[in-house]
Design a protein around this ligand. Structure first.
Ligand code: SF4
Ligand code: SF4
Length: 482
């Protein structure tokens, strides 16, 4: 009957029928993100670190929360009771799980099967990544349109039209995730050696913090590290993937295409270290290199890349040089490069979840503290270092739902911790975390920005502090940086 509303119980039944069908499809297709879910023995190790659980006060004191809602549901052939709207895609669950079960990956796979996020998908097809306008609601929602316009004019989207066309041709003929096999555990990563040359990635999120990108280039130059960039590089697919706009295989193909671009940017032979300011990018490359190290996976990827005349031949030639691994190799040089010690600046440090995901441990690595200490800033530690900041995905969701100022419970915990410790600034390794802190009214600097300030960079021209939403001036004025 036209126009008749479907009664709520029927709607629920239809929804369940669709989603249970999706689960059967996923299980049948053996999506790599679901493959080891049967190993979950409901130990509960993941639950205390899950922001989704923190955001659900009813789950406090319930160690089986995630296992019951996700892995046990799958084992019974039902849809997991947690969806992408609740999960912030931090992957703390995967990182901490002794059996390498990825609750976040399962939720991502279910969401991908049910519906990709059309708005982010469209941007990937139109622009090969997240262009500035992807972030526009985050500025207009808080009355910062002028800052957005100033950045959009001065820092235009960097990808070349030919690169966007190649990315589009890849994405328009999707490859099924089940075509790939991934190991159930992370391979041991080789310790990074001082590289002769690096490729510096343009990160989509750098639009919000151009100072982090400019500072990174300044530091590389000051350390005498030769770096290349390319306008043929597009988004790695990481951020859209975690926000539901790119599937598992889409992200892999986009990253693999970029590896081919990076390879072309250097003369043949030798190792190529891939750096950048974003740990989500680092994780995309580390994960892709792992998948591509298997011949069967590489054949599938190269078959798709052949459509655009590209190929990845030697994944072993690449290494991932995240700033938290790269710059600690140069601590003595950095100390000598410091012109203005930031003595008197009280800072907290927050290491991103995706950096820890890449390394397979929730332990807080020393890199960020060591680099911060080089500047002379005073670090105050906190138990909150082990937690997600609240996540970029949650930030986008709030704006999309018309509640930009409504902080999640985790956001409120993080902000209260900052205030209780009487800090001036938070220091982070991720432009996504930077965006989250900035949006909750916490002055924040990317580690590259902090280092550049100590090395005498112009706060406005290079570090672009005027582009931050929460003013850094009170903290920096106090220590004589204007
Ligand atoms: S997913 Fe892993 S950490 Fe979480 S309950 Fe299952 S086995 Fe334990
Ligand atoms: S990815 Fe993060 S938010 Fe999602 S279930 Fe895992 S720990 Fe929770």
């Amino acid at each position: 009957m036209p126009g008749r509303a479907i009664p709520a119980p029927d709607q629920e039944m239809i929804r369940n029928a669709i989603t249970d069908g999706a689960i059967r499809h996923l299980l049948h297709e053996e999506d790599p993100r679901l493959r080891n879910f049967r190993l979950c023995n409901a130990c509960g190790s993941c639950t205390p670190y899950c922001p989704a659980r923190i955001n659900d006060p009813g789950a406090n004191g319930d160690p089986g929360y995630l296992a019951r809602r996700v892995t046990a549901a799958l084992q019974a052939g039902r849809r997991p009771g947690l969806d992408l709207a609740e999960c912030v895609q931090c992957y703390s669950c995967e990182t901490v799980c002794p059996r390498s079960v990825s609750i976040g990956g399962i939720i991502n796979a279910v969401y991908e099967t049910e519906r990709l996020q059309p708005v982010f998908r469209r941007m990937l097809l139109d622009r090969g990544g997240l262009p500035p306008r992807a972030f526009l609601p985050l500025y207009t929602g808080r009355g910062h349109l002028r800052k957005f316009i100033a950045k959009a004019i001065r820092y235009p989207y960097p990808a070349d039209g030919r690169a966007i066309d190649e990315a589009r041709r890849l994405l328009l003929r999707p490859v099924d995730a089940s075509a790939f096999s991934v190991p159930g555990h992370l391979p041991l990563r080789q310790p990074l050696a001082r590289p002769d040359r690096v490729f510096h990635l343009n990160s989509c999120c750098a639009f919000n913090y151009p100072g982090a990108d400019l500072s990174q280039k300044m530091i590389l130059a000051a350390l005498g590290i030769r770096y290349e960039t390319s306008r043929m590089q597009t988004c790695c697919g990481g951020a859209p993937h975690y926000m539901g706009g790119a599937g598992f295989a889409d992200r892999l193909l986009l990253t693999a295409r970029n590896l081919s671009v990076i390879h072309d940017a250097f003369e043949p032979g030798g190792e190529i270290a891939v750096t950048g300011i974003c740990p989500t990018c680092s994780d995309s490359y580390a994960a892709a290199l792992d998948v591509l190290s298997h011949n069967a996976n590489r054949e599938v990827v190269n078959e798709a890349l052949a459509r655009i005349g590209r190929e990845v031949t030697d994944p072993g030639a690449f290494s991932v040089a995240n700033v938290l691994d790269l710059y600690p190799l140069y601590l003595d040089e950095l100390r000598r490069l410091v012109e203005t010690r930031l003595t008197g600046l009280a800072v907290g440090v927050h290491v991103s979840c995706h950096y820890r995901k890449m390394n397979g441990t929730l332990a807080v690595p020393p890199g960020l503290q060591d680099l911060t200490a080089v500047t002379g800033a005073k670090i105050t530690r906190s138990v909150m270092e082990h937690y997600c900041c609240g996540g970029v995905k949650n930030l986008f969701d709030r704006h999309r739902n018309g509640r930009p100022g409504e902080l999640s419970r985790l956001n409120r915990l993080v902000r209260r911790d900052f205030m209780n410790r009487r800090l001036d600034v938070m220091v982070v390794d991720c432009p996504g975390c930077e965006l989250v802190y900035d949006h909750m009214g916490v002055p924040v600097l990317h580690i590259t920005e902090l280092l550049a300030l100590a090395m005498g960079a112009d706060p406005r021209e290079t570090v672009c502090i005027q582009g931050h939403l929460t003013s850094l001036s009170p903290a920096l004025d106090r220590i004589g940086i204007r």
